[in-house]
Ligand binder design. Structure first.
Ligand SMILES: [Fe+2]
Length: 130
């Protein structure tokens, strides 16, 4: 399955949009890696997601706090939920206990959750603080 960046995902904040675009490239390669059962590429993406989720969500949260964004706590809960998923997946990888269900779940989260999160929750931040 191909996951393609579309411009309706733009938030209007350049640095955040650049990070989102890079994430999309990774989602696309993760999807292919899961299809091909390429565990090296899967691990590579999971390692990327660990750094990405901490750094990128941190950048968003900094903007929300600095701007006194009203919906910060709820938004941060969405981030925490995703970070916990990444943590669980990485832990299974470390223990070499990763299942196909977990990989499929992560692929679906990456595609569906991410698109929804950017289109609804992230766009809402940036329309409020602009
Ligand atoms: Fe966000």
């Amino acid at each position: 399955m191909k996951v393609k960046w579309e411009d309706d995902l733009l938030t209007g904040i350049g640095i955040i949009d650049d990070q989102h675009k890079k994430l999309f490239a990774r989602i696309s390669s993760f999807t292919e890696a899961v299809e091909q059962q390429d565990y090296e590429a899967i691990e590579d993406t999971v390692n990327y997601l660990i750094g990405y989720s901490i750094q990128h969500f941190g950048a968003e949260e900094l903007l929300m706090i600095r701007n006194g964004y009203d919906d910060f706590k709820r938004h941060r809960e969405e981030h925490s939920w995703f970070i916990n998923k990444v943590y669980d997946l990485h832990k299974s990888l470390l223990k070499k206990e990763i299942s196909q269900e977990q990989l499929n779940e992560m692929r679906d989260i990456l595609i569906n959750w991410t698109i929804h999160h950017i289109k609804v929750s992230d766009k809402r931040i940036f329309s409020h603080i602009r």
